[in-house]
Design a protein around this ligand. Structure first.
Ligand SMILES: [Mg+2]
Length: 460
């Protein structure tokens, strides 16, 4: 009993605050004459393939969905008001909302432009979690004329689920005594990180709700989903203890890189190109996941079969696109790597992040960039849901080994791991992967390479 009390005292108080219909709400705030009308914010209005990015409550009632093409949305909802995206406005509002959050805690972790987790465990001076959530809800409405749904719980996973339970303009508390009643009946697909592939596997095991996941035999889950199955069932039981990571911790992320080592010589430029592409894809995906925006510098690291390392860097037009990062890395390779020895190691690192949104207005003008970014995001989403092997870029078809890996090297179900090893120096398969440059300085710097200079070979 004493332990129980002690545990309650130590329990975190986490909020998840989600702006309702964010883009559409900002549009109505800017143009009050649209209040109460069916409205959709759409990308690329002039182009025929513009799609719905956000919609008002009234448009939702007509069945308008995010991702609908404009003409289809208008067919569902004949009076639909179609409005353009205004990223600069969203960013300004998003900052204003975070300023309100910041009155209660400095532990704020943004999740996209319209959601944040807040750790208010040490904010008791402002009241209980629910009271703080209520104050935030009221302040956002009164000062910014926007609404939020806030979930209050003892971990991030439950707080996020709670914020979805009631909206718009609401606060929902999920505690240790009521989560079975509130969370467990929900479909398992609503649990954070459960994509379509996982949901299907669980369904085959007869697990449809979060409660069924929580009470399933752990060994069964491990057998079918690996360690990840145990993690998920822990989430379902409320055992998530992931800390809220304030954005200044994210800001410490100065570079994102991936490298690989081949255990045989690679000579063909086509192979090099393909491998750089695979690496860049993971770099781009991780930049996107971490909300780093675009990078203005691309670094290439090469190790030859004499175990000498080289690194170079180049400035690029700010980009988060895998194709552009890979292109810059390949151009560096072609222009700088003159050793002509077989290649054993390659690495791509991006740095100089703009951390998001300031430049998005220009991106909208750069229509082709937006299109490519959307395509790459769609690819990433499909991979997330269905696994890496379902969708390959044409460039990768030749190399079975690169097809079988999830380039992020994260949470790979065992069978997809194939002949690859992701540990540093791991020598099991044909390739070894290494994530680098997580915090602070660049890993490539210690290899002695500086931009624009000739290679200075060094022993590793
Ligand atoms: Mg939202």
């Amino acid at each position: 009993m004493r332990d129980r009390i002690a545990e309650n005292m130590n329990r975190s108080v986490i909020l998840h605050s989600d702006l309702n219909n964010f883009y559409a709400s900002v549009e109505v705030k800017l143009f009050p004459e649209f209040a109460g009308k069916p409205l959709a914010v759409c990308g690329d209005k002039e182009a025929r393939h513009g799609i719905v990015l956000a919609k008002s409550e009234q448009a939702k009632k007509f069945g308008v969905r995010t991702g609908d093409v404009i003409w289809a949305a208008q067919r569902k909802c004949p009076g639909l008001i179609v409005r353009p995206v205004r990223f600069a406005e969203y960013e300004r509002e998003s900052r204003a909302v975070r300023e309100i959050y910041g009155r209660f805690t400095d532990r704020i972790e943004p999740f996209g432009i319209d959601e944040c987790w807040l750790d208010v465990t040490n904010s008791r001076v402002f009241g209980s979690g629910e009271q703080i959530a209520g104050k935030i809800r009221a302040a956002v409405k009164e000062e910014l004329h926007l609404t939020v749904s806030v979930g209050v719980s003892f971990n991030k996973v439950f707080a996020k689920l709670a914020s979805d339970l009631k909206k718009p303009d609401a606060v929902t508390f999920v505690g240790p005594d009521n989560f079975r009643e509130k969370i467990w009946p929900l479909p398992v697909s609503q649990l954070l990180y459960v994509g379509k592939a996982t949901a299907e596997k669980l369904e085959k095991l007869g697990i449809r709700t979060i409660g069924e996941l929580a009470t399933a035999e752990p060994s069964l889950l491990v057998r079918h989903l690996g360690k990840w199955g145990a993690t998920l069932s822990g989430y379902a039981r409320g055992e998530d203890r992931e800390p809220v990571r304030p954005s200044d911790e994210r800001e410490a992320l100065k570079s994102v890189g991936n490298s690989l080592t081949y255990f045989e010589d690679v000579y063909r430029k086509e192979d090099i190109k393909r491998l750089l592409y695979v690496l860049s894809e993971s770099v781009s995906a991780r930049m996107r996941d971490a909300g780093l925006g675009k990078a203005d510098t691309v670094h290439l690291w090469v190790r030859d079969n004499a175990m000498q390392s080289y690194s170079w860097q180049t400035k690029v037009r700010p980009t988060a696109l895998c194709g552009e990062i890979a292109g810059a890395a390949y151009a560096l390779f072609c222009s700088r790597y003159v050793a002509r020895r077989g290649v054993r190691g390659l690495g791509v690192t991006a740095s100089g992040f703009d951390r998001g949104v300031e430049q998005l207005t220009f991106d909208v003008l750069r229509g082709d960039y937006e299109k490519k970014a959307r395509a790459e995001e769609a690819v990433a989403r499909i991979r997330e849901k269905y696994g890496y092997s379902k969708l390959q870029r044409g460039i990768m078809f030749e190399d079975k080994r690169s097809i079988e890996m999830d380039v992020r090297g994260e949470r790979l179900p065992g069978k997809e791991r194939g002949g690859l090893s992701f540990e540093k120096g791991g020598g099991r398969g044909g390739l070894s992967f290494e994530k680098s440059g997580e915090r602070g300085g660049l890993s490539s710097e210690k290899d002695g390479g500086r931009g624009g200079e000739d290679p200075a070979p060094k022993e590793d």
